[in-house]
Design a protein. Structure first.
Lengths: 220, 269
């Protein structure tokens, strides 16, 4: 089945061969979309990748946020979701002097962190993992969080093309913030343009080829 | 979309400043280039003159309305001018509903001062009966999208809206304004007040900032000039300027306003 744009309530397909996945439900033998987005078939599992809406945090997501406040036990980080997230001192893989916590992160700092649990108390962040921590350099900008899967591509194919062509390090936070770090500012701005191209054309099928073509036309 | 993080991030800001030092901007403009300006005329049915001005993604609607009222005691033979600006919450996550904030009062005031002090509207011709009845010109500015530089967009919009506005007829016997009927244009002079805001970002001077650049702006000087004469000047934000820098600001605004004037003339003739 081909990818197509669906709206809430639209029947994606019929029959017993299909199972409802993310953002879909089964109604009288039909798979119906619950969101506005792109429908996708993964071996009989029908999914919808939403094209609009707010960011809903999930366990395991890597997010980029801003330190808004701190207390005795850690930092409160704003990640543009309904609830703000908490980064505990215990989840920072280094020694933290509790009397001088601003030496690690101060208010206004930008951090890249991972969501390790979502509970009744809120979202908990962790810095245990590769490439997590404070961001000192680079361009950070916002994209629609629903377009993040498109920027990353299938198994990271899209982001790989961008990285290879611009020689920049690109980190995509699931909450819609993108960090680009490169050798010089020109290449960073070029990478930003490439990502904007992807977000603007996120509804196009075969976007990886389109992007390769775009890189052919727009050289640095 | 809910956006809680409103300011531009510090690392991004440093990059923008570094890039500006090389004379380049993120959107490939030069420091003294404006984004594309588009103007749509007569978008409102009820207003005497209305425009939608877009500078890049920034969008404002300006409407001109005329009414009859009493003159102010200090100017019995002059019409009234009232400029109000509203920054609608729909245009940016930064704007909240409620009483006007500093920014929106400033926006209205600066636009008002440019129009008033340049003598763009011939207020004496708007007098119906001295000391008793005069026309009041209402200029209403609404922001639709804020992507930086609402200030210049609203001045631009109000000039064009005033230029295309039609005067309604005032019926002396009935003491009523006949809105359906047209009676020529609003009496205007040739003093077009073109406003240019010059921003200081880091050590560089730019015009027409995007949202990110406006966040970084340390100092803004809005200068409206008509035919090369300065009609109004407003300095905002906390940073100070040296005398040499101020001279540079004057030069920049003079130069850019000439380019802007050409853009405006496309729509008013």
């Amino acid at each position: 089945m081909e990818r197509k744009v669906v709206i809430p309530g639209e029947t994606i397909c019929e029959g017993e061969d299909y199972l409802p996945g993310e953002n879909t439900e089964k109604k009288e033998g039909k798979i119906v979309s619950l969101r506005y987005g792109l429908s996708e078939d993964q071996n009989g599992l029908i999914k919808v990748i939403p094209l609009s809406g707010v960011y809903s945090p999930r366990r395991g997501n890597v997010v980029i946020g801003k330190v808004e406040n701190m207390n005795q036990n850690g930092w409160i980080v704003e990640i543009n979701s309904a609830e703000s997230a908490f980064l505990s001192v215990n989840e920072v893989p280094r020694y933290v002097n509790k009397d001088a916590m601003e030496e690690v992160f101060k208010i206004g700092d930008i951090v890249i962190a991972k969501i390790w649990s979502i509970g009744k108390r809120g979202i908990d962040l962790s810095l245990n993992g590769n490439d997590l921590g404070k961001i000192n350099d680079g361009i950070i900008f916002k994209v629609n969080p629903n377009k993040v899967p498109r920027i990353i591509g299938k198994e990271g194919s899209m982001i790989k093309i961008i990285k290879e062509n611009t020689k920049c390090d690109v980190s995509v936070g699931q909450n819609g913030f993108v960090l680009i770090e490169g050798e010089n500012i020109e290449s960073e701005v070029f990478a930003k343009k490439a990502i904007n191209f992807v977000t603007e054309n996120s509804f196009v099928s075969g976007l990886t080829e389109e992007l390769t073509k775009w890189f052919g036309e727009n050289k640095q | 979309m809910v956006d809680k993080i409103l300011t531009t991030f510090e690392p991004t800001g440093n990059r923008i400043k570094e890039y500006l030092k090389m004379g380049k901007r993120f959107d490939e403009r030069g420091p003294l280039d404006f984004r594309e300006i588009t103007v749509e005329k007569d978008i409102s049915n009820k207003a005497e003159g209305s425009v939608r001005v877009k500078i890049g993604k920034t969008e404002v609607i300006v409407g001109v309305k005329l009414g009859v009222s009493e003159p102010y005691p200090d100017s019995p033979n002059k019409g009234n001018l009232m400029v109000t600006a509203e920054m609608l919450p729909l245009s940016s996550p930064r704007f909240e509903p409620g009483p006007p904030r500093f920014e929106s009062i400033e926006l209205g005031r600066v636009t008002d001062r440019g129009l008033r002090e340049s003598g763009f509207i011939d207020l004496e011709k708007l007098c119906i009966k001295e000391g008793e009845k005069v026309w009041t010109v209402f200029v209403d500015i609404y922001s639709i999208n804020d992507d930086g530089n609402l200030m210049d967009a609203s001045t631009l919009g109000s000039i064009i809206a005033l230029k295309i506005a039609k005067m309604p007829v005032y019926d002396e016997k009935e003491k009523k304004v006949m809105y359906g009927e047209e009676n020529g244009e609003i009496p205007l002079t040739k003093n077009l007040p073109i406003a240019v805001s010059v921003h200081k970002v880091g050590d560089s001077f730019i015009v027409d900032p995007s949202r990110e650049e406006e966040d970084l702006s340390e100092c803004r000087v809005t200068i409206a000039n008509h035919n090369g004469t300065i009609s109004s000047l407003q300095k905002s934000n906390s940073k100070e300027l040296e005398i040499i820098e101020m001279k540079k600001v004057f030069e920049i605004s003079n130069e850019v306003s000439k380019k802007l004037l050409k853009e405006v003339e496309k729509y008013i003739n």
